[in-house]
Structure formats: structure tokens, C-alpha cells
Design a protein around this ligand. Sequence first.
Ligand code: NAD
Ligand code: MG
Length: 400
Amino acid sequence: MSQHAVQRITVLGATGSIGQSTLDVVARHPDRFSVFALSAHRQDDKLFEQVLRFAPQFAVLVDGEAAARLRTALRAAGSRTEVLCGSEALVDIAAAAEADMVMAAIVGAAGLRPALAAARAGKKVLLANKEALVLSGRLFMDAVAGSGAVLLPIDSEHNAVFQALPASYARDPQRSGVRRVLLTASGGPFRASPLETLAGVTPEQACAHPNWVMGRKISVDSATMMNKGLEVIEAHWLFGASADIIEVVVHRQSVIHSMVEYIDGSVIAQLGNPDMRTPIAHAMAWPERIDAGVRALDLFEVARLDFERPDLARFPCLALAFEALRAGGAAPAMLNAANEEAVDAFLGHRIGFLDIARVIEPCLERAGDFAVDSLDAVLAADAQARERARLEIHKLAAAR
Ligand code: NAD
Ligand code: MG
């Protein structure tokens, strides 16, 4: 018999890159974890396989037709999993009393409501969905503090910082002696491409990341370095760090996942092969450690570690994210919303790669008009930024 109580997990975004890696870790430890619920947007075929394998109590698809197909297929296969449909059901499986922990791995602002529901319900929240924190950092952190939820970062950089901070940091950050948080960035596929080629790069080129295999949205964000910008804002909320003490370090090998610098001159880094199962397993088992199925790091094979300053002329999205964080209020929410629209337009071949930053910049103008003290206020800022972004996309698309 196992000495651990089995932890029941809800995986939001189960069919995605992070969702699949999470289920891989679950499958390695049936004595520790069982699946309470799985969700996806509309990929019923992939969810069908996962449901048969993990036999959750609930499976949720946002799309109604996909849910109907899944229900029929599961019934025919003799499964007893109950299929729910719609975005309200995501909130239900995130906050359900039977769930001990929730992996928040939906991409984009669509993941905010269920992630917030898990935080409000006091769950162990494993947060991959950085956009939720960028949109509503204050609300989210207040919800965590109010309910006693345990928030653990899945983003590899933030998980690394979490590992490099002392256990006392959450209670007493002032006395921990942290001087800087150093977020590493690979620089993406265009780190060294000639600048004049960037205007013409395709979505396929942008999604071919040199070190990580990820969903399409975050892959484009990595290519523009908006991903790092969102992560700077994420670090601000997770660790109470101001923009002034967060530094981005381009490190193309993606072996050091981030670092914390202390006032005595120490720099503590977390290293590993670029495989998201490491931060996922770390957070799932925390404060214990479990096998993640990840190959041991071979330092002789790595041989060298390089570091560069980010080039803000090449990566204007990173500069925009720092500006939004310094402006505060609704600016990060509007940055995120405009970015989601711009990335979607780029992936749909409607605008060019360099247009992404051009769409976002004007969307931050009206950030001062919006409050961020309620979910409705945040969503109003998000909606305004999307509307403005669509206007800019239309103009840029017409000019192409
Ligand atoms: P992905 O595109 O591979 O998967 C996204 C998942 O969310 C899918 O299961 C999809 O069905 C679901 N989904 C999409 N739109 C939805 C909607 N409107 N409503 C409900 N569900 C929806 O994405 P991913 O790469 O797994 O990334 C997920 C999140 O984790 C993102 O926020 C990303 O920034 C973050 N993250 C990913 C990685 C990585 O290595 N992939 C690393 C760090 C952080
Ligand atoms: Mg990351």
C-alpha cells in the first residue's frame, strides 16, 4: 500500500502540449495521482483516448457538437465518464470538492475563469496559463491569499525561480536578500536571423522552436519574445517583484531555466533538459520529488552556456510588456488581449510577423480608462483592447 493519499487532479486543457505532459506524469505514478476531470476546447478524438486511458469522472468539451460526438463514442466503448459541455462546466470541474489539484493549461484569456475558480476554491493550483495572471494578477493573487490555495508555477522559468527561492520567501520576502530575478529566454527561432528577413517569416517558421515543442500560440509568442514579456508580468505577480529587479537574459541553450541573485553575490540557478515534465512533476509532487521521465542532464554534452542581452529593436514586444507592467492597472490585460488577437491574425496569414507589435502598441493607449478591481472590469479592458486590435489588424491587412 502507498503511504500517500491519492491526489485527484482536474486537467484543464488536457489535449494540449502541457495537458499531455501532465497526463504522462500522472501515468507514471498511479499510486499518487488519479484523474478527476479532463477538458478540451473541441478535440473530441484526442479527449476520447485520454478518457479511456484515465477514466475520469467528468470530461468537458466547450464545443457542443464535439461533446455530443464524445458522449456517443464513450457510451459505445462502455465508458462511465460523464460528458459535460460549455465553458461554465470548466468552472465546475475546477472548483469541485472532489478535486485536490487543478492543472490550469488552457491557452489564453479563455482559461481565466476556471483558473480563478480553482484559486477561489482553495485548490492546489498548478498554473501554466500565464495569460490568466497577466490579465488579472491582483484579483488572482487576492483569491489565492483569501482561500489559502497553494499556487505553484508550471512555466519553466517561474518554476525555476520558485525552486531557487528560500522556503521562507512567501512569509518574509524582505528578509530573504533577493536582489534580482533573472529570467532566461531562448530568443526563439529568429534570435539570429537577419533583421530584414523577419517581415516575411511564416507561421510555420515561427512555430519551429529550436528547444521546446509547444502549442502554436506560445510558439509565436516565443518568436516575438512576447512570451518573455508575459513572463516578466507573471513573475511580478508570483514573486512580488517590481519591473526594476526583473532582468531578461537570452540563453540560447535553454538549460538554465532561470536564476535568483542575492545581496551577498550568490546566484542560484535551476538547470535541466528542456522538458516541461520537470516543472510539472515538481509542482504535482511538491514539496516532494518524483520521477518525471526526463533524461538526466548531460553537462558534457551541453558543453557550454551562452548569455546575451535581449535586443529590444529586434523584439519590440518585450519592450511593450515592460511598459505595460510599469504603467500598471489595465495595461497588462490590454497588452495580453491585443497580443492574442494579433497572434491569431498572424497564424491566419492575415498580418505579417512584424505587424504583431504594430497591432499591440496603440491598444495600450486607453489603459487608464479601465479599473481592474473586478472580473467584469478586467474583461471590459480585455474586450476594448480586442476591438481596437481588430481595427488595427484590418488596416494592416488592407495595406498588405
Ligand atoms: P496548446 O495549444 O497545446 O493546448 C491548449 C489547450 O487548451 C488544449 O487542450 C485546448 O483544447 C484548450 N483550449 C484552447 N482554447 C480553449 C478555449 N477557448 N476554451 C477552453 N479550452 C481551450 O497550448 P500549450 O502549449 O499546452 O499551452 C497551454 C498554456 O500553458 C498556455 O497558457 C501557455 O502559455 C502555457 N505554457 C506552455 C508551455 C509549453 O511548453 N507548451 C510552457 C510554459 C507555459
Ligand atoms: Mg516559459
